[in-house]
Design a protein around this ligand. Structure first.
Ligand SMILES: Cc1cc2nc3c(=O)[nH]c(=O)nc-3n(C[C@H](O)[C@H](O)[C@H](O)COP(=O)(O)OP(=O)(O)OC[C@H]3O[C@@H](n4cnc5c(N)ncnc54)[C@H](O)[C@@H]3O)c2cc1C
Length: 448
C-alpha cells in the first residue's frame, strides 16, 4: 500500500526540532517534503511542553542561547517568540549550604564560597575566553584547560560548575574544552532566554513555518524500515504503507537511525556513530507551586555536587499569577548511573534548602529521572566537534540532530545540522547528482 502523495522530493523521519527545521527550510526552498512523526498526539520530541492547570512544563530546564545558531535559524524561518532573560546571578551550594558565589549576588548576608573573590575569577575567565580560538582546544579536556589557567581549588570547582550549567555536561575529564568553552562564551555574549509558554512555542512556530511552505506533516506513523530502491529511498511505515523519495533525512537518535536499516544493509558511518555515542543525561524534577515561599531565592548551582536549581516563571509566562514553575536537576553526564529514588530525594533536599515550605504549596511535581540531554558527549579524544558524524552520510541519505555535524551543542547542534543538511540537499537536488533527478513514479516505488 502506498502513502497518498507518495512521491515527495524529501522524506524526513522525526518531528523534533531538527526534523521540523529541515522540513521547514527545504519546503521554503520549494521542495516537496513529507515528515513522519511516530507520536500520534505530540510533536516536538524533547522540546515539547505539556500544560497542566496553567503551568507550562518543559521537559526539564530549557534555556535558549540568544547568541547561538538556533536563535538565528528561528529568525531566518520567521519563528517569533517572547520570554525573559534570567540575570547571571545566584547562589552556590556547597556542603549542603548556600553561599554567595555568582556575580552580583543579591544576598549580601551570605558568605562567599571561599576567601577568593569569585568576581575576579569570572573576570579572568571571560578575558581568557575573549582571546581564545576555540577550534584549537578541541583535543584537550575541560579539566586540562581549566587547570592550565587556574590553580585555586575553589576557582576550578566553580568553573567546572559553570561549564555544567552551560553545556549540561558532567564529564570535565573527557569533555572537549573547545565547544564547552565556546558555549560559555556564547552565554557571555548573548545570555539565555526562558521562552513564554515553553519551548512548545518554538516547536509550534516551526510547524507553522513548515506547513505554510506546504510541507506535509504526518503524525502517528513510525518509520520501521528504510531501503534503497531505483529512485532513491523506500520507507516502510508502522501501518505497512510505503513511501519513496529521492532524499531521506533521518532526524532521530543514532540508535533509532541505525535500527531502520536491515542487518547486512547497515551503514558504516551510522554504526561508528552508534559505537562512539556517549549519551549525556540529566535527572530532572519539574515542580509547580501555588506560590513561591522564598521570593528572592531564584537560582543556585552546586559547587561540590552536580546540582541545578532555577525558578523559571519570574522571567517567562510559565505559571498562573502567583504560581511558580521550578526546575531542579542533577547533571548525570555520560558516566553517572541514574538512581531515580536517590536522585529525586537529593533534588527534593535542594528544594528544601532553597524553598523551605515548598511541600505545603505543591501543585504538581514531575520527576524525569533519566532524560537524554544529548545523544553524544563531545569528547577531546574524538577531536571535539570534528568527531561527530557529518549530516550527509551518502548520496541521498542525511542525518540531523544533536549528535550530528561540526557546529553547536544541545539544541543548537540540532538546528545547525538541520541547516547544513538543507543546504547540502538543495545542492544535491539542483545537481541531479543521481539518476534523472525526476520524482519517482508510483510504479517505480512499489515493490513487486
Ligand atoms: C532535560 C533537557 C534539558 C535541555 N535543555 C536545553 C537547553 O537549555 N538548551 C538547549 O539548547 N537545549 C536543551 N536541551 C536539548 C534539546 O531539547 C534537544 O537538543 C532537542 O530538543 C533535540 O531535538 P532533535 O530533533 O534533535 O531530537 P528529538 O527531540 O529527540 O526528536 C526526535 C523525534 O523523532 C521521532 N522519531 C524517532 N524515531 C522515529 C521513527 N522511527 N519514526 C518517526 N518518528 C521518529 C521522535 O518521536 C521525536 O519526536 C535539553 C534537553 C533535555 C532532555
Amino acid at each position: 500500500m502506498m502513502e497518498k502523495d507518495d512521491s515527495p522530493d524529501v522524506i524526513v523521519i522525526g518531528g523534533g526540532l531538527a526534523g521540523l527545521t529541515t522540513a521547514a527550510l527545504l519546503a521554503r526552498a520549494g521542495k516537496a517534503v513529507t515528515l513522519f512523526e511516530q507520536s500520534s498526539r505530540e510533536i516536538g520530541g524533547r522540546a515539547r511542553t505539556s500544560i497542566d492547570n496553567g503551568y507550562y512544563f518543559n521537559q526539564g530546564p530549557h534555556a535558549l542561547f540568544l547568541a547561538d545558531v538556533g536563535a538565528k535559524v528561528l529568525q531566518e524561518l520567521g519563528v517569533s517568540y517572547t520570554g525573559g532573560e534570567p540575570p547571571a546571578t545566584g547562589l552556590g551550594i556547597r556542603d549542603a549550604k548556600k553561599y554567595r558565589v555568582l556575580t552580583n549576588s543579591s544576598s549580601p548576608s551570605l558568605t562567599p564560597v571561599s576567601d577568593f573573590n569569585s568576581e575576579d575569577v569570572f573576570a579572568k575567565f571571560s578575558d581568557l575566553l575573549n582571546k581564545t580560538d576555540f577550534t584549537e582546544l578541541e583535543n584537550i579536556s575541560v579539566t586540562e584547560w581549566i587547570e592550565r589557567n587556574f590553580h585555586d581549588a575553589d576557582a576550578i570547582a566553580l568553573l567546572k560548575a559553570l561549564i555544567s550549567l552551560t553545556t549540561y555536561g558532567n564529564d570535565p575529564d573527557i569533555q572537549s574544552a573547545g565547544s564547552a568553552l565556546h558555549q560559555v562564551h556564547l552565554y557571555n555574549l548573548g545570555g539565555v532566554m526562558y521562552v513564554d509558554r515553553g519551548w512548545q512555542t518554538l516547536v509550534d512556530g516551526l510547524v507553522a513555518a513548515a506547513k505554510n511552505a506546504k510541507a506535509r506533516i504526518v503524525m502517528g506513523k513510525k518509520a520501521t524500515k528504510v531501503q534503497r530502491n531505483s529512485s532513491g529511498w523506500l520507507v516502510t511505515l508502522s501501518d505497512q504503507s510505503q513511501i519513496s523519495a529521492e532524499i531521506l533525512v533521518i532526524a532521530a537518535g543514532p540508535n533509532e537511525a541505525q535500527a531502520l536499516f536491515h542487518e547486512g544493509e547497515k551503514i558504516e558511518a551510522l554504526s561508528k556513530a552508534v559505537k562512539e555515542a556517549r549519551p549525556v543525561r540529566l535527572a530532572c524534577l519539574d515542580v509547580a507551586l501555588s506560590n513561591l515561599p522564598q521570593k528572592d531565592a531564584l537560582f543556585a548551582l552546586g559547587i561540590d555536587s552536580p546540582l541545578y536549581f532555577s525558578v523559571h516563571s519570574p522571567y517567562a509566562e510559565l505559571a498562573p499569577p502567583n504560581g511558580a514553575l521550578i526546575h531542579v536537576a542533577k547533571y548525570l553526564g555520560s558516566s553517572i548511573k541514574p538512581n531515580p529514588k536517590e536522585d529525586e530525594k537529593e533534588l527534593e533536599e535542594l528544594l528544601d534548602l532553597m524553598q523551605p515550605g515548598w511541600r505545603q504549596v505543591l501543585v504538581k511535581k514531575r520527576p524525569l529521572p533519566s532524560m537524554v540531554l544529548s545523544n553524544t558527549l563531545v569528547t577531546a579524544a574524538n577531536g571535539g566537534l570534528s568527531g561527530r558524524v557529518d549530516p550527509k552520510i551518502e548520496e541521498g541519505l542525511y542525518v540531523v540532530g544533536d549528535w550530528v555535524g561540526q557546529e553547536g551543542l544541545l539544541s543548537n547542534a540540532s538546528f545547525a545540522s538541520a541547516r547544513r543538511a538543507a543546504q547540502l540537499i538543495q545542492n544535491e537536488l539542483a545537481g541531479g547528482s543521481r539518476g534523472t533527478g525526476q520524482r519517482p513514479s508510483i510504479s517505480e516505488s512499489v515493490p513487486s
